[in-house]
Design a protein around this ligand. Structure first.
Ligand SMILES: Nc1ncnc2c1ncn2[C@@H]1O[C@H](COP(=O)(O)OP(=O)(O)OP(=O)(O)O)[C@@H](O)[C@H]1O
Ligand SMILES: Cc1ncc(COP(=O)(O)O)c(N)n1
Length: 509
C-alpha cells in the first residue's frame, strides 16, 4: 500500500499544539504523509491569540495549486478559514480539482479524495478565528465536504440555533445539520458538562453511530479538534469509505494522546496533547535494523571465522582430494553424533516456534537432519563406529558445539534459532564453494576420490531451506529488542566459531 498524501488547509500555531502544526503531527501519527497549505498566520500560544495575519487570496491559491499540480491528494482536512475570501478561494480550488460538487455522495461525480471540514470559529481561549460574517459562507461550503466536525458551539452557529444543553439535544441538532446540508456530521461532546466525552457520527439519513468515552481529566486540550479531524483524514485515506472505523481509531489515538498530555511541558495555559506518546512507547526511538541489514552485518561479522574455516587442513585436503581416509571417517563419526543432537534441538525449535509456518519448517529440518544421519550411517559408517563394540564417544569439540546449541535452546526462540543458523548457512556456503571448485578446482573432477561425498553438498533443497532459515532468524532479530538482538548475534557468532572448530578437529595436514 502506498502511503496516502494528506493535505491540511489551516492556520498556524507557532507553539505547535493546534492548527497546521498539530495537523501534520496527527497525520503522521495516523499513517499519512502530511502536507500543509497555510490560510492564516496566527501569533498564538497556549494562553491565547495575539494577532492574525491573513496572506492575500492569490497567494493562498498559489499554495493550493502548487500542491495539486504536482502531488496526488488522498484526503483533505480543512481547518481555520479566517474570512469569506479564504473560504471562497478554497471552495473554488476544491471545485477545480474535484469536479463540480465533488462529494462522494454525488454518484457519478465521485470525489477523487474525501474532504473533512473542521469548522473552526473560536479558539479554546475564546479568541475568534473566523470573521462573524463568514459563517454563512462556511455553511455554503458544507455540501463540498464529506464530513464536518463541529464542536457544540460551531454546531449551533452552523444551524443558527442555540448551543445544545445536553448530548441528546446535540445529536438532534447534528441530525438537522446533516439532513439540511447532505453531509456527515461528527457531533463532538468535548464541551459537554459532566463525566462523559462522547462523539457521534450522524449521516444525512439520520443514522447515528455513537462513540462513548469517559472524560479524561486534563486541562491540556489545546488543539484536540484540529488533531482529531486530521487524524480522521489520515485514517480514512488508508481505508477509504470506512468512516466509522476512521473515527473510532482516531478517537482511540486521541484519547491515548490526551491522557499523556501531562507529560509535556508546553506553555502556561491549556497545553497540547502528546501526539506521539503511544507510538514512542510501543515503537521506541531506535532505528531498528532491517532483516536485510542484519543478514549483511552478521555474515560480515563472521568473515574471519569463515576464512579460517576455509583455510583448515581438513577442508583444503577434502577439496584437493588428499584427505586421509581414516581422518575422513573420524569426521563422519563425529558428524553423525552431532546430527542426532542437532535434530533434537531443531525439534525443540518447532515446539517453541511462534507461527505454524516456522513450527513446520523446524520440524521438517529436524526430520531432514536425522534422516541425513541415518543415511550417513548406512552408506559410510556401517560398523565403523562400533568397532570396539561400543558406540563412539563425542569429541570435546562435538560436545562443546552441542552444549552451545542446547543452552541457547533454553534461552527462548530468538536465541535458539540464531544458534542453529551457522549450521545451515556456513555449511551451505562452504558446500557451494567446494562444489563450484572455488576452494580447489580439483574438487570438480569426476575422478576426485571424494567426488560422491562432494556431490552431496550440491543440494538445492538445502540451499532453499538455508534461505528460509536466514529469513526467519533475521526477521526475529529485526523485531527483537536491542538486548535480545545482541544476544542473538552472540549465539550466532559463537555457533559459527564451533562450526570452524568442528571442521578443524579432524587432524589433517
Ligand atoms: N477531556 C476530554 N476527555 C476525553 N476526550 C475529550 C476531552 N476533551 C475533548 N475530547 C475529545 O476531543 C475531540 C475534540 O472535541 P471538542 O468537542 O473539544 O472539539 P473542539 O472544540 O473542536 O476542539 P478544540 O478543543 O481543539 O477546540 C472530541 O473527540 C472530544 O470527544
Ligand atoms: C490555527 C488554529 N486553528 C484552530 C485552532 C483551534 O484549536 P483550539 O480550539 O484547541 O485552540 C487554533 N487555536 N488555531
Amino acid at each position: 500500500m502506498l502511503t496516502p498524501n494528506v493535505l491540511s488547509i489551516a492556520g498556524t500555531d507557532p507553539t505547535g499544539g493546534a492548527g497546521i502544526q498539530a495537523d501534520l503531527k496527527s497525520i503522521a501519527a495516523g499513517g499519512g504523509y502530511g502536507m500543509a497549505v497555510v490560510t492564516a498566520l496566527v501569533a498564538q500560544n497556549t494562553r491565547g491569540v495575539r494577532a492574525v495575519h491573513i496572506p492575500e487570496a492569490g497567494f493562498l491559491r498559489a499554495q493550493l495549486d502548487a500542491v495539486s499540480d504536482d502531488v496526488r491528494i488522498d484526503a483533505v482536512k480543512i481547518g481555520m478559514l479566517a474570512n469569506v475570501e479564504v473560504i471562497t478561494t478554497v471552495t473554488e480550488w476544491l471545485q477545480a480539482v474535484r469536479g463540480d460538487a465533488g462529494s462522494d455522495r454525488e454518484g457519478p461525480t465521485l470525489a477523487a479524495f474525501p474532504v473533512i471540514l473542521d469548522p473552526v470559529m473560536i479558539a479554546a481561549s475564546g479568541d475568534p478565528l473566523l470573521a462573524p460574517e463568514a459563517v454563512a459562507a462556511l455553511r455554503a461550503l458544507l455540501p463540498l465536504a464529506d464530513l464536518v466536525t463541529p464542536n457544540l458551539h460551531e454546531l449551533a452557529a452552523l444551524t443558527a440555533e442555540a448551543v445544545a444543553g445536553s448530548w441528546s439535544e446535540a445529536l438532534a441538532q447534528g441530525a438537522r445539520l446533516a439532513a439540511a446540508s447532505r453531509v456527515r456530521v461528527l457531533v463532538k461532546g468535548g464541551h459537554l458538562a459532566g463525566a462523559a466525552a462522547p462523539d457521534a457520527l450522524v449521516a444525512p439519513d439520520g443514522t447515528v453511530t455513537e462513540f462513548p468515552g469517559a472524560r479524561i481529566a486534563t486541562p491540556h486540550t489545546h488543539g484536540t479538534g484540529c488533531s482529531l479531524s486530521a487524524g480522521i483524514a489520515a485514517r480514512l485515506a488508508r481505508a477509504p469509505g470506512d468512516w466509522a472505523g476512521a473515527v473510532a481509531r482516531s478517537r482511540a489515538w486521541l484519547r491515548e494522546s490526551l491522557a499523556a498530555a501531562d507529560q509535556l511541558r508546553v506553555g502556561g495555559g491549556s497545553g497540547p496533547l502528546h501526539h506521539f506518546f503511544g507510538l514512542w512507547e510501543r515503537g521506541g526511538l531506535d532505528t531498528a535494523p532491517s532483516p536485510a541489514t542484519i543478514r549483511a552485518e552478521w555474515w560480515d561479522g563472521i568473515a574471519a571465522i569463515r576464512a579460517d574455516t576455509e583455510a583448515l587442513g581438513f577442508i583444503r585436503t577434502l577439496a584437493d582430494g588428499t584427505l586421509d581416509r581414516a581422518h575422513f571417517l573420524e569426521y563422519v563419526v563425529q558428524d553423525s553424533i552431532y546430527l542426532r543432537a542437532y535434530a533434537r534441538v531443531l525439534a525443540r525449535l518447532s515446539e517453541i516456534a511462534p507461527s505454524p509456518e516456522e513450527q513446520g519448517f523446524w520440524a521438517r529440518s529436524a526430520h531432514a537432519a536425522i534422516m541425513g544421519e541415518l543415511e550417513l550411517h548406512r552408506a559410510r559408517l556401517g560398523d565403523a563406529d562400533d568397532r570396539a563394540g561400543a558406540a563412539p564417544l563425542p569429541s570435546a569439540t562435538t560436545n562443546g558445539y552441542v552444549n552451545h546449541l542446547l543452552a541457547a535452546s533454553t534461552r527462548g526462540y530468538a536465541e535458539a534459532v540464531a544458534a542453529v543458523l551457522p549450521c545451515f548457512w556456513m555449511y551451505a556456503d562452504l558446500g557451494a564453494r567446494l562444489v563450484n571448485g572455488d576452494i580447489d578446482a580439483r574438487a570438480r573432477s569426476a575422478q576426485h576420490p571424494y567426488a560422491e561425498w562432494i556431490a552431496t553438498y550440491d543440494n538445492a533443497e538445502f540451499a532453499a531451506d538455508t534461505e528460509t532459515a536466514i529469513g526467519y532468524v533475521t526477521a526475529a532479530a529485526a523485531a527483537a529488542t536491542p538486548e535480545i538482538r545482541e544476544r542473538m548475534w552472540r549465539a550466532f557468532a559463537a555457533a559459527a566459531g564451533w562450526e570452524r572448530e568442528f571442521f578443524g578437529q579432524t587432524p589433517a595436514r
